[in-house]
Design a protein around this ligand. Sequence first.
Ligand SMILES: C[S@@+](CC[C@H](N)C(=O)[O-])C[C@H]1O[C@@H](n2cnc3c(N)ncnc32)[C@H](O)[C@@H]1O
Length: 227
Amino acid sequence: MKVKTFHENIFTLQQGKKNFLATRNLSPGSRVYGERLMQVDEAEYRIWEPKRSKLAAMLLKKLPSPFTTTSKVLYLGSATGTTVSHVSDIVHQGVVYAVEFSPRTMRDMLPICEERPNIIPLLADASKPQSYANVVEPVDVIFQDVAQPDQASIALSNVQHFLKPGGYLLMSIKARSVDSTAKPDTVFKQQLKTLLEQDNSRMELVKKQKLAPFHIDHLGVVARKTE
Ligand SMILES: C[S@@+](CC[C@H](N)C(=O)[O-])C[C@H]1O[C@@H](n2cnc3c(N)ncnc32)[C@H](O)[C@@H]1O
């Protein structure tokens, strides 16, 4: 088995002709969602499936990764923690503020937070950033995967509250969640306009990429807050 560094703390594992995206397990021996574990030399890796994670799909579709070992990350729409757990592996000396508004879903994520002290779970509505402003510090990266009609506005209000100048926003726009009748390209354009062209938005587009075949009618976006 060959291990290659793909981005900081993100790896590809080559087994025969197959390549797998993976992160190094911060909690060796533990699975979070039934993912495959692979031992190579002294390290245990968790296979990261792009069909189960918009962020994994974004990276495989060549969007840049802004994460470092010590990044502070605000993660909006954590669900039960599938992708949050990989972000926790990547920023293992940093912190992940994981926001989810469904109490039932959040309850399922809590055992993961017990094993991974760098995840701080927040039961809150991402469209009301002021409700968690007393807990969340300025962050280097915001990742958003909330599948809501006003995704870009939600992202922008969190950027304005928490993203450091020079920091990055990564978001997955799900066309059908915004407008199930409009053409996906029309939805993407309108959401990008909201994100990038509002007065004082201070966001510049770094790269965008559709996430098919992993996720149909989704656009991955990386944007940067100007200094
Ligand atoms: C597509 S799922 C996220 C999957 C997750 N990012 C992953 O890869 O493991 C979207 C999640 O966002 C949550 N959500 C939607 N709107 C939200 C909001 N306004 N505030 C917080 N969470 C929200 C939903 O409850 C759901 O769990």
